[in-house]
Design a protein around this ligand. Structure first.
Ligand SMILES: NC(=O)c1ccc[n+]([C@@H]2O[C@H](COP(=O)([O-])OP(=O)(O)OC[C@H]3O[C@@H](n4cnc5c(N)ncnc54)[C@H](O)[C@@H]3O)[C@@H](O)[C@H]2O)c1
Length: 139
C-alpha cells in the first residue's frame, strides 16, 4: 500500500480530513476539487474549511499530499480514488447522485486512456438490503 497513490475527489468537510488522514499515515495522496478557490487556498497552505486539526494536518503532511484541478492528473497519478462530493437529500428522502455523476463525467476521457477497472459504489438507503445493486463496474 505504501507505493500506491490515493486520490480524493471533493475536498470539503469530509474529503479534506480524509485526504489528510491518509497523508498523515504516510500514504501518497492527490486531492482534486472543482472549486478553484479551494485548490488555490490549499496550494497556499491554507485550509478552505474550518474543522479541528485540519490546518495543522495540512502543514504537517505537506510532503505526502498535492492538490490539482486537472482530472487527467488524478487518473494518471493515482491507483485508488475516493469521490466525496455532496449528496443532497431529495424531497422523497433519497439522496441525489447528481454531483457524483458530474464528477465521474469529468474523469471519463482520462479513464478511457488508462487500462483500469473502476468500481463505483455508493451507500444509499437500503443499500445493504439491495444486494449491492447500487454498485457498478466499468471496464
Ligand atoms: N461533513 C460530514 O460530516 C459528513 C459526514 C458523513 C458523510 N458525509 C458525506 O460526505 C459527502 C461530502 O460531504 P461534505 O460535507 O464533505 O460536503 P462539502 O460541501 O463540505 O464538500 C464537497 C466538496 O466537493 C466539491 N465538489 C462538488 N462537485 C465536485 C465535482 N464535480 N468534482 C470535484 N469536486 C466537487 C465541492 O467543491 C466541495 O469542496 C456527502 O455525501 C455527505 O453526505 C459528510
Amino acid at each position: 500500500m505504501q507505493n500506491k497513490k490515493l486520490s480524493v475527489i471533493g475536498l470539503g468537510k469530509l474529503g479534506l480530513p480524509l485526504a489528510l488522514s491518509f497523508a498523515s499515515k504516510g500514504l501518497n495522496v492527490i486531492g482534486y476539487d472543482i472549486n478553484k478557490e479551494t485548490v488555490d487556498k490549499l496550494h497556499s497552505g491554507l485550509s478552505p474549511i474550518s474543522e479541528p486539526f485540519v490546518q495543522k494536518m495540512l502543514l504537517n503532511n505537506k510532503a505526502n499530499i498535492t492538490f490539482t484541478q486537472t482530472a487527467e492528473d488524478i487518473i494518471q497519478k493515482s491507483n485508488i480514488s475516493f469521490i466525496v462530493v455532496p449528496t443532497p437529500s431529495k424531497k422523497d428522502g433519497s439522496f441525489s447522485s447528481q454531483y457524483i455523476e458530474e464528477a465521474i463525467k469529468a474523469f471519463i476521457p482520462s479513464l478511457k486512456k488508462k487500462k483500469t477497472k473502476t468500481y463505483i459504489c455508493n451507500n444509499q438507503h437500503n443499500f445493504s438490503r439491495n444486494n449491492g445493486k447500487n454498485s457498478q463496474t466499468i471496464d
